[in-house]
Design a protein around this ligand. Structure first.
Ligand SMILES: [Zn+2]
Length: 557
């Protein structure tokens, strides 16, 4: 980027600049989802100083006139341009904090993890607690959970608390067990479990709601820590070409961090917020969803409710027992009555509702509640089911009713497939990660990452969605390949579909006149490249509202 363009960016990002500064970017190989829901090719984009698209230029169109129709010209150099990717399910502050804390997600054995923990503890002598995440005993091929004693050997007397990769279990050392006051006499809370030694004492791992015993003892991050985490999260998203995100579980403190960023002109990414439960919803939104704030960069849309847990920690609520532990069918976190009551509480004030449901029983219960409530709460509700991972094929059709949004994360399928096979056995796999079936039934698809559970990487998700193969190309032909989706569906689910899922389709998500100029320039065309190439996509530039927020070639001030 040259000096003129740096100046241009500064101009575009400031709100007081004069209105004549229209910009033309041309000579691009562009694809967006069109008004008809199908991919549309274009060669250039004209947008005004407010960052709103004025014209989309197609091959053969008359060229806009310099000085008359635009002031600034950017040569796209024949590169690929797409609408900004929208991550329909992520934990924005979690993503930022995860990047600043101990990351065990790349470790392939317990020994390797312990070494990494030992180093991190030594490098951060000032932190009263050592917090981290990302471990996965399945990946370590441990065949059991790790223990407090194993942690003690490398951590000493400072409390250590490490969340499992799915966020549904935590691993504590003895100092953390003490801080939490957990002993052999401690009971399992409803919806949770303490892993125990043979003598009944806590072994170190806490599942689902039991994690709260330790979480409640963690020192709360300060406002300035949150600001750093949010700034970090924005950079991670821009580097991957993500320009908008649904934040699934916003707390009042998170919301205040977004507001501080907005007030200080440091809010660039578009955040569609879903409050962490109805109490936070009322605290943030009061009588209803917030307006769109900061030129469509922030809105409280609704509420996220947790109905069950995750498959890896056997928290997902199944209709029949787990294949590998027949004593359990999962840990519902709400009864069906409680779910209905909470949904009703939110719906009466017009908040949008997003229900976390992973198991087939959880999904059936969520769909059942939506059926019930739709009779009372009419209009354009856009009920969302988050994850919709394991669905009984007999329930597919019910997703099509009431315009339910299936907010799914393609990478979960490729990361979890062998675990899912173990948990479910062979007979339930037909309903596992059933994207194509849900779409065929009439559900609206929105794709996301669930970051920081997975990388905030839409390209890995895009590749998984069209191939059902992991980064290793396995399994040959794809896993349950009948559930692959086509490229147009994948692009829509990461752009227009994800915007629709957040009531934002009239503001962003496509490149069309009147919408925000949120777009990316990338080195790979996902509409024609192989899944392998798509996975390796490099984002060259990320633009939001007509302003450059990230460049691979030069740092953006
Ligand atoms: Zn999530």
């Amino acid at each position: 980027m040259n000096r003129t363009r740096l100046a241009l960016v500064a101009l575009l990002l400031s709100t007081s600049a004069p209105a004549w500064a229209d910009t033309l970017i041309d000579n691009v190989r562009g694809t967006t989802i069109g008004a008809n829901g199908q991919p549309e090719s274009f060669t250039g984009l004209l947008f005004d100083n407010a960052g709103t698209i004025v014209r989309v230029i197609h091959a053969g169109d008359k060229k806009p006139k310099p000085k008359k129709e635009y002031q600034y010209h950017v040569d796209g150099k024949g590169r690929v341009m797409l609408p900004g990717m929208i991550d329909a399910h992520a934990h924005v502050m979690g993503l930022g904090f995860a990047a600043l804390s101990l990351d065990l997600s790349e470790t392939t054995s317990l020994a390797q993890a312990l070494e990494k923990i030992r180093t991190f503890v030594a490098e951060h002598p000032d932190r009263p607690w050592i917090v981290g995440r990302g471990w996965n005993q399945e990946l370590w091929q441990l065949g059991r959970f790790p223990t407090a004693a194993e942690l003690d050997a490398v951590t000493g007397n400072r409390p250590v608390w490490l969340e499992r990769v799915d966020g549904h279990a935590g691993w504590a050392n003895t100092a953390a067990l003490k801080a939490a006051g957990v002993t052999a006499a401690s009971k399992d809370p409803a919806g949770g479990k303490l892993e125990r030694n043979a003598d009944g004492g806590p072994q170190g791992v806490f599942v689902d709601t039991a994690m709260e015993l330790v979480n409640a003892r963690l020192p709360a991050p300060r406002a300035e820590d949150r600001d750093v985490a949010f700034a970090t999260a924005q950079q991670i998203l821009f580097k991957r070409g993500v320009t908008a995100v649904a934040d699934m579980g916003t707390s009042i403190e998170d919301w205040q961090a977004y507001r501080r960023a907005g007030d200080a002109n440091r809010l660039y990414v578009r955040v569609m917020a879903y409050a962490a439960g109805v109490e936070q919803m009322s605290l943030i939104g009061g009588p209803g969803p917030s307006p769109w704030l900061y030129a469509d960069r922030l809105r409280l849309n609704g509420v996220k409710l947790y109905l069950d847990g995750a498959l890896g920690s056997r928290g997902a609520w199944l209709k029949a027992p787990y294949a590998d532990v027949p004593a359990t069918s999962g840990l519902p976190q709400l009864s069906e009555t409680q779910l209905g009551n909470l949904m009703s509480r939110a719906a009466m004030d017009n908040f949008q509702i997003a229900v976390h449901a992973i198991g087939d029983k959880g999904n059936a219960a969520a769909i059942g509640a939506i059926d019930d409530l739709s009779a009372t709460y009419k209009g354009d509700r856009r009920w969302r089911i988050e994850h919709a991972q394991i669905v009984d094929p007999r329930d597919f059709a019910r997703f099509g009713q009431n315009c339910v949004i299936a907010s799914v994360q393609p990478v979960h399928q490729t990361s979890d497939r062998t675990m899912a096979e173990a948990r479910l056995g062979p007979d339930r796999l037909a309903g596992a990660y059933p994207w194509k079936s849900l779409q065929a039934a009439g559900a609206k698809l929105a794709f996301g990452s669930d970051a920081p559970v997975e990388q905030a990487d839409p390209w890995a998700g895009f590749a998984a969605a069209i191939s059902r193969q992991g980064p290793d190309g396995q399994p040959t032909g794809g896993w349950q390949p009948q559930e692959r989706v086509d490229r147009a569906t994948a692009l829509a689910a990461y752009t227009s579909g994800a915007a629709f899922a957040g009531f934002a389709e009239k503001r962003f998500g496509r490149l069309a006149p009147g919408l925000r100029a949120d777009f990316i320039v990338v080195d790979t065309d996902p509409m024609s490249a192989s899944p392998e190439q798509i996975r390796a996509t490099k984002v060259i530039e990320t633009w939001i509202g007509g302003g450059l927020v990230w460049s691979a070639e030069q740092p953006v001030k």
